[in-house]
Design a protein around this ligand. Structure first.
Ligand SMILES: O=P(O)(O)OC[C@H]1O[C@](O)(COP(=O)(O)O)[C@@H](O)[C@@H]1O
Ligand SMILES: [Mg+2]
Length: 263
């Protein structure tokens, strides 16, 4: 399958999942906690992943499906296979927002070949924004977009992505302090894919995390940023991969300063 076809399929999957989730947004549904109190899953997370996995398998039967939710009836991987093709799915990124009726949640679908992302779509239906990329740049709602051109670190707006586990809380507060003392302002949204999409479209200058984030929270958004002209590394400044323990994603204009500031 060529990358243009993969992008089309990613769009179709994201749209399908978004329509399913939109049907439940601000309605009544069941919510459960997974391993941690803040790690929520709803019946819509599971249903969207089920629908996406079925749709993607129909068109690409040999590809692995990597997804956030553990479904009894659908085979899903939790890590990206070393070889072959895979689809990475976050059925709802920003579930805690979805649960309380906050609009910042989306469906993330990306295609990986031999470990490398080749197409990605992050759709945020309640916001009306869809970010997408194959191999010829990134679009927001079908129009080309690019990372910001902010170059003065003191004016950078940065999203410190944290996660849902309590033991990393100290790291988050250190990151917020560093942003306040060495950079500009901080933002937090409760959705890693939203943060990364925002960097890709120049709505944020950078997003950083000191913890290893899941592939469904990152791979698509990282591809969007790289295709939009940005830079994504690990905390040592080496190119980011899904196994990196931390991420510095930026417009590239003050990347060395970011790498020096966060560890
Ligand atoms: O910006 P915040 O509040 O640190 O949130 C980031 C967190 O949000 C999430 O992207 C939400 O993911 P889910 O809603 O899919 O569970 C986390 O995986 C990530 O760690
Ligand atoms: Mg999710």
């Amino acid at each position: 399958m060529d990358v243009a076809t993969r992008l089309t399929l990613a769009h179709e999957a994201a749209r399908t999942g978004a329509a399913v989730a939109e049907g439940g947004f601000r309605g009544e549904f069941t919510v459960e906690s997974k391993k941690r109190k803040l790690d929520s899953v709803t019946e819509f997370d599971r249903e969207v992943q089920r629908r996406l996995a079925t749709l993607l398998r129909e068109d690409d039967p040999d590809a692995a499906i990597v997804g956030e939710e553990d479904l009894r009836d659908v085979e899903t991987h939790s890590t990206i296979p070393d070889s072959g093709d895979a689809w990475i799915v976050d059925p709802i990124d920003g579930t805690n927002n979805f649960v309380v009726g906050n609009r910042i949640w989306g469906v993330a679908v990306s295609a990986v070949e031999g470990g490398d992302a080749v197409a990605a779509v992050n759709e945020f239906p309640a916001l009306g924004d869809t970010y997408a990329a194959a191999d010829d740049g990134t679009t927001r709602n079908g129009e080309p977009c690019s990372v910001s051109d902010t170059s003065d670190p003191e004016t950078f707006t940065i999203n410190p992505i944290y996660g849902l586990s309590a033991h990393h809380r100290r790291k988050l507060s250190e990151y917020v302090d560093t942003i306040a003392s060495e950079f500009g302002d901080s933002r937090r949204f409760g959705s890693s894919q939203f943060a990364l999409s925002s960097v890709a479209a120049g709505e944020l200058d950078a997003a950083v995390s000191g913890i290893r984030l899941a592939p469904w929270d990152t791979v698509g958004g990282v591809h969007l940023i790289r295709q939009a002209g940005g830079t994504v590394t690990d905390l040592d400044g080496e190119p980011w991969t899904p196994t990196s323990a931390g991420i510095i994603a930026s417009n590239g204009e003050a990347h060395d300063e970011l790498v020096a500031a966060f560890d």
